[in-house]
Design a protein around this ligand. Structure first.
Ligand code: TXE
Length: 499
C-alpha cells in the first residue's frame, strides 16, 4: 500500500460556467443549467448553461465573420505559429486547473488527467511548425507557356462535436491543427464534460486567438449538435462519438454537403503470439483495457492469443488487473477511476450479464466495485468467447476483455478483421515477419507493435471501415481542414479560339 498518497479536495461549491462566443463569456441568464455531478463522488461539481440553436447561430455567425474578414486566415503562417506557441504555454500555466476539472466531471484519475493535459501543449507546438511549413505544389513541366500551382486554403468554419471520455485531449487533437490551417470554429463538448473546453476559450483568447475564431456552445447533442450538423454556414464537421450518432449525421450534413470527419467506435484486437515477451504483453493488454476504465475508442478489447499460451496468458493478464488500483480519482495513486456516465455504467453491466448468459467463462472481475459512492466496475475478463457473441462483436466501452485463441497467423488475422470496426490494433511478437505481416493485413487506422495506446502530435489518428472517415493530427490533420485549389497560369499569349 502506498502511504504517500495525496488526495485532492472536492470543490466547496459547484463552479459556474458561461458559454464562450466571439472571444468572451456569455452568461447563462435564463438558459437551462445542467448540474454535473462527479461520477466518483456523487456531488455537484459544475453548472453548465445548455446552449440553444439560437446560441449556435450566434456563434456560427461570429466564426463566419472571423473567417470571411481574414483576421486569422490572412495572417502569415509565422504569425499563426506565434499564437499557437503562446497557447501551448497558456495550457501549461493552467494545467493543474484543467486536470482537476477534467477529473471531477469525467471521473478519470487525476494522474491520468494531468498526463493528458500535459500532452496537449505539444500539439500546439507541432501545429505551429505545420502552420509555417504547410505548402502546396507547383508544375513547371507544362510547357513554356503554362505554369501550374496547387494551393491549399483553409476549408472555412468548422464545427467540432466531442465526447465525454477524453474531453480536453480529443478537443486538442483537433483545435491546434484547425487553427494552423487558418480556419475558425465552433465546438460543442459533451454535456457531461464541458468545463475544460470552456476554459480553453479563455486560454486561446489570452494567447492572441482573435475574437470569433474559437467559440464553444455547450449543450445537448440532439439540440446543439444536430443544429451544427444541419447548419449551412458550417463548412466541415469533425465528430467524435458513437457510430450510431455518426451515422445519423450523414444525412444532416447533406444540407450543404459539408465535409465530415468522423472518429467513431472500435472493437480493437490485441494479437499476442507465443513468442512475444509475455510479461510485457500482459502488462500492455491490461493497460489497453483498464486505462480510462475501458472508455477509449482505441481500447484493446479483444485479446486474440496463440492457443499454446492462451490459458497461461489470460491468467497473467488477470493477475495484473487484480493489482490495478481502482479508486477515488482525486487520489494521486489511483489508476482506474469512475465510469463517466450512469448510462455507460448500465451498458457495461448489461454486457457483462449478457456475456455470462451467452456462456462465456468469467476469468476476472465481472461486478461493480463498491467504494461507498460513485460508480466503479472491476476490470473484467471473459474466456471461452466465440466470434458470434455480442461481447465479442459490439463496442462495450468499459473494462471488459474477451479472450479468443488462434492456431495460425491466418486465423489470427481473420479473427482480428471479423468486425465492422477498424480503428486500432496491437500485435505482440518478437518475430519481425509476423509483426509486419499482421500490421499489413489487419484493417485498422492505428497500429501498435509491442505496445499499445501510444500516440503523439506527429502521427495521424482515425479509422478504417465503420470506425470513421478522415484523419486528425499530424500533417494529415492540418491538411484535412484545407481544400486544394489548382491554378493554371498562362505565361504567353493564348491560342485564340476565334481568329
Ligand atoms: O455517444 P454520442 P454517447 C460510444 C461508446 C458509448 C456510446 C454511447 O460505445 O457507449 O458511444 O455514448 C453528441 N447530433 N462512444 O451516447 O451520443 C453528444 O452530445 C449531433 C465512442 O455519449 O455519440 C456528444 O457531444 N451530436 C466514442 C457526442 O455527440 C450529437 C466516444 C458523442 O455522444 C447527437 C463516446 C446528435 N443527434 C462514445 N446526439 C469514441 N469514438 O471515442 C449526441 N450528440
Amino acid at each position: 500500500m502506498d502511504t504517500t498518497s495525496r488526495v485532492l479536495k472536492l470543490p466547496e461549491a459547484p463552479r459556474e460556467f458561461a458559454l464562450w462566443i466571439d472571444g468572451r463569456p456569455v452568461a447563462a441568464e435564463d438558459r437551462e443549467i445542467y448540474t454535473r455531478h462527479s461520477p466518483a463522488h456523487d456531488v455537484p461539481v459544475t453548472r453548465i448553461p445548455m446552449g440553444t440553436a439560437e446560441d449556435l447561430d450566434t456563434a456560427v455567425a461570429a466564426a463566419r465573420r472571423a473567417f470571411d474578414d481574414r483576421r486569422w486566415s490572412g495572417l502569415s503562417g509565422a504569425d499563426r505559429a506565434a499564437v499557437l506557441l503562446r497557447a501551448a504555454d497558456g495550457i501549461r500555466a493552467r494545467a493543474e486547473e484543467l486536470a482537476y476539472w477534467e477529473t471531477l466531471e469525467n471521473g478519470k484519475p487525476i494522474a491520468q488527467a494531468r498526463a493528458e493535459v500535459g500532452g496537449c501543449p505539444g500539439m500546439y507546438e507541432y501545429a505551429a511548425g505545420v502552420a509555417r511549413s504547410l505548402h502546396g505544389d507547383s508544375f513547371n513541366n507544362l510547357g513554356d507557356g503554362m505554369m501550374g500551382l496547387v494551393t491549399r486554403e483553409p476549408i472555412g468554419v468548422v464545427g467540432i462535436i466531442t465526447p465525454w471520455n477524453f474531453p480536453f485531449l480529443i478537443l486538442n487533437e483537433r483545435v491546434p491543427y484547425i487553427l494552423a490551417a487558418g480556419c475558425t470554429m465552433v465546438a460543442k463538448p459533451s454535456e457531461f464534460t464541458s468545463a475544460t473546453s470552456l476554459i480553453l476559450g479563455e486560454v486561446l483568447a489570452e494567447a492572441g486567438v482573435p475574437e470569433g475564431v474559437f467559440n464553444v456552445v455547450p449543450g445537448l447533442g440532439p439540440v446543439v449538435g444536430q443544429a451544427m450538423a444541419e447548419h449551412t454556414d458550417i463548412d466541415m464537421l469533425s465528430f467524435t462519438g458513437s457510430t450510431r450518432t455518426g451515422r445519423g449525421l450523414l444525412s444532416a450534413a447533406g444540407s450543404n454537403f459539408k465535409k465530415l470527419g468522423l472518429e467513431l467506435g472500435g472493437k480493437n484486437p490485441q494479437i499476442v503470439f507465443a513468442d512475444a515477451d509475455l510479461e510485457d504483453a500482459a502488462d500492455g493488454v491490461a493497460f489497453g483495457i483498464g486505462f480510462n476504465a475501458g472508455q477509449c475508442c482505441v481500447s484493446g478489447s479483444r485479446l486474440i492469443v496463440e492457443r499454446s499460451v492462451a490459458a497461461e496468458f489470460a491468467d497473467m493478464v488477470a493477475a495484473k488487473l487484480a493489482r490495478v488500483r481502482v479508486g477515488d480519482p482525486l487520489d494521486e495513486t489511483t489508476q482506474v477511476g469512475a465510469v463517466t456516465t450512469e448510462a455507460q455504467n448500465d451498458t457495461i453491466l448489461r454486457y457483462i450479464a449478457q456475456g455470462r448468459d451467452e456462456g462465456a467463462e468469467l476469468v476476472a472481475g465481472g461486478a461493480p466495485v463498491d467504494l461507498g459512492r460513485g460508480q466503479f466496475i472491476a476490470p473484467t475478463i471473459f474466456a471461452g468467447v466465440t466470434r458470434e457473441m455480442a461481447i465479442a462483436r459490439e463496442e462495450i466501452f468499459g473494462p471488459v476483455l474477451t479472450v479468443m485463441p488462434f492456431d495460425s497467423l491466418d486465423e489470427a488475422i481473420a479473427i482480428a478483421n471479423d468486425t465492422d470496426y477498424g480503428l486500432a490494433a496491437s500485435v505482440w511478437t518478437k518475430n519481425l515477419d509476423t509483426a509486419l505481416t499482421v500490421t499489413r493485413r489487419v484493417q485498422a487506422g492505428r497500429f501498435w507493435v509491442n505496445t499499445t495506446l501510444a500516440g503523439g502530435p506527429e502521427l495521424p489518428i482515425g479509422g478504417f471501415k465503420q470506425s470513421g472517415w478522415g484523419r486528425e493530427a499530424g500533417v494529415y490533420g492540418v491538411e484535412e481542414y484545407t481544400q486544394v485549389k489548382s491554378v493554371h497560369i498562362e505565361l504567353d499569349k493564348r491560342d485564340p479560339w476565334i481568329s
